[in-house]
Design a protein around this ligand. Structure first.
Ligand SMILES: CC(C)(COP(=O)(O)OP(=O)(O)OC[C@H]1O[C@@H](n2cnc3c(N)ncnc32)[C@H](O)[C@@H]1OP(=O)(O)O)[C@@H](O)C(=O)NCCC(=O)NCCS
Length: 220
């Protein structure tokens, strides 16, 4: 799989304060696969996913994958996915166009997945991230993720360890307050307009919810 076969398109010009109304988040389809590789290859290196990996994931019953599109040009700006397994959400991938980083697109995708998990009453969210990937770690830490473990030599290409990050319970009062606060700041920075298809568009602030009784009993 070569970067030559999947050249990175020149991205549209975007300004953080005015970009939201130009963006769309929609469920990923199998036909999207070739358009994701130009972002996937520079984002994940030698063991990146191929078209088939994306097509398989789209067919996966527990998976929820999304693409982020620039509406005026139809360009792909990013994508992300989460598995819902019983009562846990596991973020499987997240990437934004390499020439459009630092604008808030990654945060937009994380808040979308977070909103979905919250609405689906998942108890918490987890993920693995490279120990060297500080940009992604900072993004997740903003939303309350914390390191709870390490998977030694998890990444085949460099034998790098993975940090296992998890949120507190999504319905926990402190976590809800933190996420509402960070999310509000994000919306204000984004010029108070919003992105089509986002799970928290027009949503009231998150409110705490209690985990089911059997989970409470298991944790005591
Ligand atoms: C991780 C990634 C998705 C972030 O996307 P992005 O569009 O640049 O992220 P945003 O602009 O929304 O940044 C959101 C937050 O992430 C953190 N962050 C982003 N870039 C950072 C950097 N260069 N250094 C430190 N923190 C950074 C910050 O906390 C930032 O919040 P702030 O704007 O309030 O400082 C992107 O770098 C990427 O696609 N990387 C390659 C693939 C990857 O590593 N995916 C994660 C797998 S777990």
């Amino acid at each position: 799989m070569t970067a030559e076969k999947y050249p990175l398109p020149t991205p549209p010009e975007l300004k953080r304060e005015t970009m939201m109304q130009k963006l769309l988040i929609r469920p990923m389809q199998k036909a999207d696969a070739p358009f994701l590789l130009p972002i996937e290859i520079p984002s994940f290196g030698r063991f990146h996913w191929n078209e088939e990996s994306f097509r398989n994931e789209v067919s996966n019953q527990v998976a929820n994958y999304f693409v982020l599109i620039h509406k005026p040009t139809g360009q792909y700006l990013g994508y992300a996915g989460v598995w819902f397994v019983v009562d846990e959400g596991h973020i499987t991938t997240l990437a934004t166009h390499p020439n459009l980083r630092g604008l808030g697109l990654g945060e937009l995708l994380v808040t979308h997945l977070y909103g979905l998990a919250y609405q689906a009453k998942m108890l918490l969210l987890t993920l693995e991230v490279r120990t060297s990937n500080f940009s992604a770690q900072n993004l997740y830490y903003k939303y309350g993720f914390r390191m709870v473990g390490m998977r030694p030599r998890y990444y085949q290409d460099t034998q790098e360890d993975a940090l296992l990050l998890t949120t507190p319970l999504l319905g926990d009062e402190q976590q809800v307050t933190l996420v509402n606060g960070v999310f509000n700041q994000f919306v204000q920075r984004a010029g108070e307009t919003w992105c089509d298809g986002h799970s928290l568009k027009n949503a009231p602030a998150l409110t705490p919810f209690a985990p089911p009784l059997d989970v409470l009993e298991a944790s005591t």
